[in-house]
Design a protein around this ligand. Sequence first.
Ligand code: ATP
Ligand code: MG
Length: 379
Amino acid sequence: MTATTTPHSAGPAAAGCVTAGTAAADATATDPAASDTPAADLDERIRRNPGAHRILTGDRPTGPLHLGHYFGTLQNRVRLQRLGVELFIVIPDYQVITDRDVADRLAEHTENLVLDYLAIGIDPDRATIFTHSAVPALNQLLLPFLSLVSVAELNRNPTVKDEIAHSRQSAVNGLMLTYPVHQAADILFCKASVVPVGRDQLPHLEITRTVARRFNERYPHPDGTAVFPRPEAMLSAAPLLLGTDGGKMSKSRGNAIPLSADEDTTARLIKGAKTDTERRIGYDPDARPEVSSLVLLAALCQDRAPEAVADEIGDGGSAALKRTVTEAVNDHLRPIRARRAELAADRGYVRQVLRAGADRANSVAEATLDEVRAVMGSA
Ligand code: ATP
Ligand code: MG
């Protein structure tokens, strides 16, 4: 089946991306995932030769996808798929138990993610959508990859530190520290070259790039080719959308506006969003992060510049800002929500998409594992 909806323009997010930094050459240095320079360079390279690229990205099945996902990474996935780039989406179910003891409603969350993907316009006939647990070869890649990263490197990952701070566990478990290496396996098994993500993922992508480089150096291929590419992060114009409490909008932090929420719920959530007391609305992400994130949200929905949105609201204060944002979000998501409601009637189809994705991901992963075994000299 081919998804037919979502002819939304990719909006300002479409143009925004950052390219990967230059990799250091020595064995201890890590490989920055991105510089701070927004650049159309990566985009331009993809446009020139979409067939030469592969995308891997994913979302934890911890709850419904939200606006941070949509403007942070989902729009880029749809846009790049439409350009002709092959898309892999991992639903990392084992990653759920990094910050909680037991995964809650795993199958339901997983199916809901797939519904969101299809509703926003990801074409399941051309994408490989799979759960981590359905592809055992990923765990075999993890072992050699773990040997390429030091404990100190794992310990200093700022995103992991933030997640530990928000964790529901009293003690940090081993998976919490090592899941970024698991992610390296998720990305490298299909030799992805581009990873559309939010800003919190940059330290993880740095680990992936480091793993790829060190693996290639330690296990050179006899014909001189590198086994793994060093994937580049693609950030959007909204790499860190804030939630209603002013922190990173997250599925697990009770501060998100879900894509699948109804219009009244969306209005209620936005009404409760943190702002500030200044009456004049402006766009200044450093000085006024919460107000600016709301302004940006309206701007992305309306495909306008945030400054223009702020000027229009002028002295209207937070109430006017929230009215504008609510209307913009509900207008933008209306066709997506309608499409999602249609798709939700056929859960069997969703499960079929996951089965087909697992089959394809397994064959790609087995082929990569064969290469890995060969260069490592396994029998
Ligand atoms: P959880 O709270 O369970 O960790 P999450 O909301 O952080 O959920 P993830 O599944 O961890 O979502 O992240 C999926 C993808 O969405 C990643 O690429 C991540 O960078 C991106 N992303 C998540 N939240 C935001 C956000 N607020 N702004 C921009 N991108 C985001
Ligand atoms: Mg997260």
